[in-house]
Design a protein. Sequence first.
Length: 122
Amino acid sequence: MYAIEVTTEFIAAHQLRLPQGGLEPLHSHNWRVTARVESMKLDDLETVMDFHALEELLNKIVNPWANRSLNSLAPFDQLVNPSAERVAETIAQTIGGQIPSSVRLTEVRVTEAPGCLAIYKP
C-alpha cells in the first residue's frame, strides 16, 4: 500500500448552531487541512498520484472559503453545521469523485486550532 498526503491552510470564521437554538459567537481560525490518498499500486510515473494535482483539488475547495464566514457559504449556510468534523466531511465528499479511480481517499484531517483535530474517513 502506498499513500501521499497534502496539506493546505486557510483563515475563515464560523459559528456553530447550538442544539438549544442560537449560535455561538462568531470567531475565526487558521484552518489546516490534510488530505490522504492511498493506492495498492503506483501509476506509470511510479507515484500514487501527482502531489500537485491533489493539492490543486484541495485548494479548489478551500480557497473560496478563505477570509469568509463558513456560515454564509454552501453547504454550511443551511443544514450543515460548520464544525471541523463537517468541514472535513465536506472536503472528503468533494475530493472523492475527482481523484483517479486507482486511488482511494482514506482521510481528511482538519485542525481549527493547535491540539484540536477532526478526522473524517470516508
